[in-house]
Structures are given as structure tokens and as C-alpha cells.
Design a protein around this ligand. Structure first.
Ligand code: PMP
Length: 390
């Protein structure tokens, strides 16, 4: 088994070694580690709903009522009433006929894509799509045609140049997880219509974040009726765990009968479903949370740009600060941690070589003063002279 240690040594030599680190969250925006409290600027808990008292109480009540685990897969004995409520309310939220919950967003992507596409089909996939989309495409055994990131001319050229005996599908993240930019879904649906392609959007980072009331990318562009398959997670802005797909009744019926990651895995725990349902209700009742989130994101982005840091324009709470070399990104996160800030170094293979970055995520519950102080610290750290090795 020498290959195990050989691999790890190689990864370490390239500064790409990864490890889990244990943090104790003490609020949605703060964690403790070794007795010290840090400002969390690396979480996808965009609305801070993990610590919302109504959401927490719903999870506690569900444990008391239904126990701690589901005890069976969804199609056997694992579907308890909270599932039906959550799925109905997700469909209402997304303004679709129906929805179905998966155990994670990852499982939703691999299950849905491999259920919809097969060896005769062609999937057109953005080069920066999430790993779970890439894995879903591989599992489907469809032909995968990758288009340059958000490059609509390239997509158009590939759509017309590619012969296909079966179905065509275009799949994209709604909000890209590492760049924080948005897929031009308005153009994608137009292009899809020209070749009768199915459009699938992964709204993991757009649910609760983008569009009116956080309804996602299709709602943001006003094209929800032209996006046949909307995937999302319960694990980011909704502060729980799980994934979902929303669409027509026929789609959901098909998925329940065909998606292997739905069929062959034990259902999520009652507490998780109750938390997600309560979080969704909070979001519907308090859409101002989404507004606050985008104001905080705008505030941080503007401060970083004013200091000439390499930060893209944008409107989402994912704000990458481009560094370039993986070792520099790692050093910077270590320095920032010493100064009380948690940010993640994103390195290959998650992003292309030479584009390592500090990924900063803002939430609706960060206070302006702590954001302002943190940004000053980040600017000072990034601007100090460094030796770059790519
Ligand atoms: N899609 C995207 C774009 C993601 O960023 C993620 C999570 N990193 C997922 C899907 C998977 O979601 P989950 O964490 O709920 O499995």
C-alpha cells in the first residue's frame, strides 16, 4: 500500500495537502478553536439560519416527535410527514409543480444527471461547474461537451456543431462556487430553445441568495418556465443539510423512480428536515435577510476594490481575492488566522493552476464593524511584499 503515502507526499510537496480542522461554531459568524474566537469568513451559512432559535426549536421538536434517524430509504419506510411538507413548500418557493429532497446537494446532482442522461445523449457543461455535476455527467455515460466558462458564443458554436442522436442538455451552476459570478441563464435558455435542449441549473449558492426572495437564478433572470430542472441545497443558506430538485410533476415522478442516489440511501433525519422546513419558512417570512446579505457583500467588495485588491465585480456573497500561487494562498490564510479571521485557500484541483485564491464569504448576520476591521486586516496581509512561486 505504498501508493497511499506516495500520493500524500506528492500532494504535500505541491502545497496541495488538505486536512480537516475542527471548529466549534459559537454563532453563525464566529467559531472557537483552541479557546480563541475567530470571525468566520468562509462559511456558506449565508443567512445565519443555523443558529436561528425558531429553526433550532423545530429540529429539537422533530427529534422528540419522530426520533433521531429515519430508519429507511425514502421509497421504503423513511418518508415521514415533514418530508411531504418540505417538498410541497420547496415547490411553492420555486414556483414549480413539485420537488423532491435528496440527502445532499452532491447526491442530488449525481442522481438527477445520471437519471436524465444516458449514452445516446450529449451534455453541454460549463468548465467551472461543481465537482458533483462533473461526477453526475461521468456516471450518466453521456457524451460531455465542456464549454468555456460563461462563454455563450462558445456554447452556441458547440450546440450547432455537435451531432446528437438522443437528448441535449445544458447544465450550469447558477452562482459559481469559486468565483461567485452568475451564469447568464437568460442567454442559455434562448440557446437551448434553438436546439431543443433541456436546461439544468444547480442553485446550491443561489438558493436563499439570488433573485426575488432568494428564489434562485431562474427567478433572478425571470426565466423559470424555461429551466426544466432546478437543483438546490438545504445545506448552505437554509442552514441544514440535503439537496433538492424542483420542476414538473412528471420530472419529479421520474426522478423518484430513476435516481439511484435517491432510491438507495437512507432518508435524512427528522431533525434535519424540520430545520430545513423552518428555515425555508423564515426565508419566506423575512425576505429582507436576502437584501441584507447582498448589502453586506456589496460593502465588503467595494472596500476590497477601493484598496485595489484583485476582486471581480459581482453581486453575490462569494468574493474571491485572487492570489495566484497555492503556497501564497495557504500562507495568507495562516496569517489571517493568527489575526482572528478564518478564510479558505482555494487551490487546484478545485480551481485551475495559478488561480489559487482566498475565498471570502459574507453572511447576512455579519456586523458592519467586524467586516470593516476584517477587510483592513485582509488588505494589509495581501499587500505585504511576497515572493511568489507558481
Ligand atoms: N453544487 C455546488 C455548486 C456546490 O458548491 C456544492 C457544495 N459545495 C454542492 C453542489 C453540493 O452540495 P452539498 O454540500 O449539499 O452536498
Amino acid at each position: 500500500m505504498q501508493f497511499l503515502t506516495d500520493f500524500v507526499e506528492q500532494v504535500k510537496a505541491k502545497n496541495l495537502y488538505r486536512q480537516t480542522v475542527t471548529y466549534s461554531p459559537v454563532s453563525p459568524a464566529h467559531v472557537q478553536l483552541g479557546g480563541q474566537t475567530y470571525l468566520m469568513l468562509a462559511s456558506n451559512n449565508y443567512l445565519g439560519l443555523t443558529h436561528n432559535p425558531v429553526v433550532q426549536q423545530a429540529a429539537i421538536d422533530a427529534i422528540r416527535m419522530y426520533g433521531t434517524g429515519a430508519g429507511g430509504a425514502r421509497l421504503t419506510t423513511g418518508t415521514f410527514p415533514l418530508f411531504e411538507q418540505l417538498e410541497q413548500e420547496l415547490a411553492k418557493f420555486k414556483e414549480t409543480e413539485d420537488a423532491v429532497v435528496f440527502n445532499t446537494g452532491y447526491m442530488a446532482n449525481i442522481g438527477v444527471i445520471s437519471a436524465l442522461a444516458g449514452p445516446d445523449d450529449v451534455i453541454f457543461s460549463d468548465e467551472f461547474n461543481h465537482a458533483s455535476i462533473i461526477d453526475g455527467c461521468r456516471l450518466s455515460r453521456a457524451r460531455v461537451v465542456v464549454y468555456r466558462h460563461n462563454d455563450m458564443e462558445h456554447l452556441q458554436g458547440l450546440l450547432t456543431a455537435t451531432d446528437c442522436q438522443g437528448k441535449r442538455m445544458i447544465i450550469t451552476d447558477g452562482v459559481f462556487s469559486m468565483d461567485g459570478d452568475i451564469a447568464p441563464l437568460d442567454t442559455i435558455v434562448e440557446l437551448a430553445e434553438t436546439v431543443n435542449a433541456i436546461v439544468i441549473v444547480d442553485d446550491a449558492h443561489a438558493t436563499g441568495v439570488l433573485g426575488p426572495g432568494g428564489r434562485g437564478t431562474a427567478a433572478y433572470f425571470g426565466v423559470k418556465d424555461k429551466v426544466q430542472v432546478q437543483i438546490g441545497t438545504l445545506s448552505k443558506a437554509l442552514g441544514a443539510e440535503g439537496g433538492f430538485v424542483a420542476g414538473s410533476r412528471a420530472l419529479i415522478d421520474y426522478i423518484k423512480n430513476r435516481a439511484r442516489s435517491f432510491i438507495f440511501s437512507t432518508a435524512l433525519a427528522p431533525s434535519t428536515i424540520a430545520a430545513a422546513l423552518a428555515a425555508l419558512r423564515e426565508l419566506s417570512a423575512r425576505p429582507e435577510m436576502t437584501v441584507k446579505l447582498s448589502e453586506n457583500a456589496q460593502y465588503v467588495r467595494t472596500l476590497l476594490q477601493a484598496a485595489n485588491l484583485p476582486v471581480f465585480n459581482g453581486i453575490t456573497p462569494i468574493i474571491p481575492v485572487m492570489i495566484g500561487a497555492a503556497d501564497e494562498a495557504v500562507k495568507l490564510t495562516a496569517e489571517l488566522k493568527m489575526q482572528g479571521i478564518i478564510m479558505t485557500a482555494i487551490r487546484p484541483p478545485t480551481v485551475p493552476v495559478g488561480t489559487s485564491r482566498l475565498r471570502l464569504t459574507v453572511t447576512a448576520v455579519h456586523q458592519r464593524e467586524e467586516l470593516s476591521t476584517a477587510v483592513d486586516t485582509i488588505i494589509a496581509a495581501v499587500k505585504q511584499p511576497r515572493t511568489t512561486v507558481r
